[in-house]
Design a protein around this ligand. Structure first.
Ligand code: URA
Length: 210
């Protein structure tokens, strides 16, 4: 994945995203669609996993067949909204190692405050996929990736549902080596750091809180 930003414009992704954006979609519907969309996004974000071959016997003959190489990848959820994206990806990659970074945005400054970090070992040897549905200001994503790099992560990807030009620019400036995969690039941010047109508060939509 040489490009910094990949927008997954597959019709199924775009259709599901439209229903998720709609404010009349229920919590249960939102959660189901998030799971479905994350399966499709997982396919794109793992496109560059390293491969090797292994010798197997089919019922017909011996063959050298492709298989994943290297250490199991690490999925890092940025709490709490990252968990909704992660569930579907884990169905696709059940052997992945999982970590959590807890960040909240100070509502006044919009700056990230870290309150939790627990990540898999040997991040330096794993593809590390950071998941957070909303790349808004980019502040918390940049801070989470700073933290993961300090823990050794080198081969990183960032997966979200919605991104803004501001968030993408902030990531490009701070972490040009981290490709971003998103379902859409929205217009921008409101004064509170919410994405426009967006889908509202992703955590509230998926967990039914307000
Ligand atoms: N986080 C959200 O949940 N929604 C936004 O629009 C921005 C950040």
């Amino acid at each position: 994945m040489t490009q910094h930003l990949t927008i997954v414009d597959h019709p199924l992704v775009q259709h599901k995203l439209t229903i998720m954006r709609d404010k009349t979609t229920s919590t249960a519907g939102f959660r189901r669609l998030l799971r479905e969309i994350s399966l499709l996004l997982a396919y794109e974000v793992t496109r560059e996993l390293e491969m090797t071959t292994t010798t197997i016997e089919t019922p017909m003959q011996t063959m050298e067949a492709p298989t994943l190489e290297g250490k199991k990848l690490a999925l890092i959820s940025i709490l709490r909204a990252g968990n909704g994206l992660m569930d579907g990806i884990l169905e696709m990659i059940p052997g992945a190692r999982v970590g959590f970074v807890g960040m909240y945005r100070d509502p006044e400054t919009l700056q990230p405050v870290q309150y939790y970090c627990k990540v898999p070992n040997e991040l330096d040897a794993r593809m590390t996929i950071v998941v957070d549905p909303m790349l808004a200001t980019g502040n918390s994503s940049v801070a989470a990736i700073d933290l993961l790099k300090k823990q050794g992560a080198r081969n990183l990807r960032f997966l979200c549902l919605l991104a803004t030009p501001e968030g993408v620019a902030r990531m490009l400036e701070a972490h040009p080596d981290v490709p971003i995969v998103t379902a859409a690039l929205d217009a921008g941010l409101d004064d509170h750091g919410y994405i426009l047109p967006g889908l509202g508060d992703a955590g509230d939509r998926m967990f039914g809180t307000k």
